[in-house]
Design a binder for this molecule. Structure first.
Ligand SMILES: [Zn+2]
Length: 327
C-alpha cells in the first residue's frame, strides 16, 4: 500500500492540506524509525554495546597477541556524563583507538575530558594517540608513566604494525594525572571512582567504578573465558581480588571476556584457576619437581576450559613457580 493510499484510508474526510501534513509527519516518523533501527555502519562494525545507561563497551576478540587482530583483543569503551566523556582503555593500535573515537562521536559531541588506562599492557594503551587532538587528561596508576617509559622501545619494535611504520617513542602516550589512592573524577552528574592496586596482574593496575550504574571496569584484574596472563604476582593478585569482592557493584566489565551481571559471576572461573595454580605449584615445589616439569604437568588438561590455554598457561605456571619457591 502506498503512503498516500494509507493516509486516505485513515483520514477519508480531511482536506488536502491536512493530508499533506499527515504525509509529511508519516515520512518523518518513518525516517526516525529507520535511523534508530539501523545503527550506523561504524558502530555496527565496531561492535559497541550500551551495557548500562550511557556506559558503552566494545568487546575485544580472543586471539593471541602474536596473531593478526592482536590490536583488538581488550574490552574498551567510554562513559558519557552531562559535561564530558571518559574513555576507558584505547585498544592495541592507533587504528583501534580511532575506531573507538569515531564511535564516541556518533553518540555525543561532548568533549572527551579523560582517557583512563587500566594498566600498562599494549592492548589497553596503544590507541591513546588517537585521542591526542581531543586534548583530554590521560589518567593512570601512579606507576603507569614509569612503566610506559620502560616499555617504549619494546612497544616500538614488537608492535610496529600497530603503531605505524614511522612511529616514534612520543606516539606512545602516557598519563599526565597519576592516581595514588582512591580518587573521584567528575563527568557532570556522574562520578567515577578510580582505585589503584599494588602488584597484581601487572605493576600498574587500576579499576574504574561508574557510581551511577554501579558498573565496574575491572581492566585485566578480571579475565573471563580467555586465560588470565600473570605478569605481576599471583599472591598479590589474589589479595587484590579479595578487596574487589567487597565492592558494591553490579555489572562487571572484565579486561577480556564477556560482561558479567555480578562480581560472583565475573570471578568464578578466575578464582578457581588461581586456587588450582597456587595449590598445585606449591605442591610441585614441596615435592622437589623442577620448574620445566611443573610447567608441563600442572593442569595439562585445562580443567577450567580456558581459551588460549596452550598459549599462556605454562608461562603462568613458570611465573607462579618463581614467586612461590621463595616462600
Ligand atoms: Zn589485556
Amino acid at each position: 500500500m502506498l503512503i498516500t493510499e494509507y493516509v486516505f484510508e485513515i483520514y477519508p474526510n480531511k482536506n488536502l492540506m491536512t493530508i499533506i501534513k499527515n504525509i509529511t509527519y508519516f515520512a518523518l516518523i518513518m525516517l526516525v524509525f529507520l535511523r534508530s533501527a539501523t545503527p550506523s555502519e561504524t558502530n555496527q562494525e565496531f561492535n559497541l554495546a550500551e551495557i548500562a545507561k550511557n556506559n558503552y563497551v566494545h568487546t575485544g576478540n580472543h586471539v593471541s597477541i602474536e596473531d593478526v587482530g592482536n590490536d583488538d583483543i581488550a574490552n574498551i569503551g567510554f562513559i558519557v556524563g552531562n559535561n564530558c566523556v571518559a574513555v576507558i582503555d584505547t585498544g592495541g593500535s592507533i587504528k583501534t583507538g580511532k575506531k573507538l573515537k569515531n564511535s564516541i562521536r556518533e553518540i555525543t559531541n561532548k568533549p572527551i575530558c579523560y582517557v583512563i588506562n587500566t594498566h600498562v599492557h599494549f592492548d589497553h594503551i596503544l590507541g591513546n594517540k588517537a585521542f591526542l587532538d581531543e586534548n583530554p587528561n590521560f589518567v593512570g596508576h601512579k606507576d603507569l608513566a614509569e612503566a610506559i617509559n620502560r616499555n617504549r622501545d619494546f612497544f616500538l619494535t614488537q608492535f610496529k604494525n600497530n603503531l605505524g611504520l614511522k612511529a616514534k617513542a612520543s606516539d606512545i602516550i602516557g598519563p599526565n594525572i597519576l592516581i595514588e589512592e582512591s580518587t573521584e573524577l567528575e563527568l557532570g552528574g556522574r562520578t567515577l571512582t578510580l582505585i589503584p592496586f599494588s602488584i597484581s596482574h601487572s605493576h600498574s593496575d587500576l579499576i574504574v567504578i561508574d557510581n551511577k550504574t554501579k558498573t565496574l571496569w575491572a581492566g585485566d584484574l578480571i579475565f573471563k573465558e580467555r586465560i588470565p596472563s600473570l605478569t605481576g604476582s599471583l599472591k598479590g593478585w589474589i589479595k587484590t581480588i579479595d578487596k574487589i569482592k567487597k565492592l558494591d557493584v553490579q555489572k562487571v566489565i572484565p579486561g577480556h571476556g564477556g560482561i558479567a551481571k555480578s562480581l560472583a559471576e565475573a570471578l568464578k572461573q578466575q578464582q578457581d584457576y588461581f586456587k588450582l595454580l597456587l595449590n598445585q605449584t606449591r605442591k610441585a615445589i614441596a615435592e622437589g619437581t623442577f620448574i620445566n616439569e611443573a610447567m608441563e604437568n600442572i593442569d595439562k588438561d585445562n580443567q577450567l576450559k580456558w581459551l588460549l590455554h596452550d598459549y599462556q598457561h605454562s608461562t603462568n605456571v613458570s611465573k607462579a613457580y618463581t614467586e612461590l619457591e621463595w616462600e
